[in-house]
Design a protein around this ligand. Sequence first.
Ligand code: ADP
Length: 374
Amino acid sequence: MSAYITEGDALLYLAPLYNADQLLGTVQFHASLAEQNAFYERIRDLFLYAGLAVLAGGFLAGYLFVRRQVSVIRRLNRAAQQIGRGDYLTRPPVRRRDELGELAEGIYDMSGSISSSVEQLQEEKRKLMEAIARLTELERQQKQFIGNISHELKTPLTSIRAYADLLEMYADDPALLGRARERIGTEAARLYELVEKALQLSAMDVYDFETKAAQVELAPLLAEAAERIRVKADAADIRVELALREGTVWADPDNLMHIVLNLLDNAVKYNVPGGKVTLSNRMAERPGAVSRMLVEVADTGRGIPPEAQPRIFDPFYTVSGDRSRATGGTGLGLSLVRSLAEKQGGAVRLAESGASGSRFILELPIPTTPSGES
Ligand code: ADP
């Protein structure tokens, strides 16, 4: 049996020494542990400092890493808030190759698609607002139109009714008979014209009037229109002259005939006895733009007063109620002319008007496919 004790840096080892069963003595062994203890402490310190250094380094590295991630997340957050304010991104908020980078790309893509959806929505909204404004304007025009037409219809009807009453009372008055026949005839013709033009105008507004545009040879159509007006012109002692050139236009032939007839009708109606109406056409060469065909109706009438000129294309507008009534005008002719011209991509305007007459110009599109003549 042996034992040892340590005291400070000293180690005392004791072991009995036997010879057979007889105890001879004790072996004592003294050794110094100072070196081992110092080694042990050095190792312990080494582990301690190394541990502390690793801990501090780890903490610092972790702290820096987290700080960087947080700053990236803050930038992503700011980008999201920026999108929320409607200020869309022009590039990804951060560029990285990790998950945060993917998130940034995702936010950027999302900003792009929100921006284009919002743009689309705004475009739709703009169109909707325009449509509403157009409908409101159309409704206003229709109400005004109905009000005006009712009023206009009443005038000739009142006159016809008055003559009917007079005829009932004085059936055998030959002078009254003659006057009544003439007045009732005039008023009935006026009523007819009014209803016909009103129907055409309202059909255009409501159903957006179907135009069957085609390539039309202009000169024969204009010659035919002049022929149709000739009887009325002759009766009013007015000469109709033509200065026509070959050419085709892109228009609905019926509508075109209607437009030209209305312009010619006015040129005769508002002319002076012995006067002249000239119907001509020519190409308008516009540098850098598509050429258009111009049709001109010129007369030698009394002209339109400057203050009335901006309004002559308004429905029911007549320069002087009495003068127009005397000639059977409804104030719808030029309004119809303008609507018909615009419906087929053309335009009509009063080029000039003065004491020596008026000049109306109708501008028409020409066919886009070359026809050889135009
Ligand atoms: P109306 O059926 O009364 O002729 P329009 O709409 O055709 O109606 O014309 C509107 C007004 O413009 C007419 O009342 C007339 O006073 C004036 N006007 C139109 N064309 C001419 C013209 N060639 N010369 C003078 N006045 C014209």
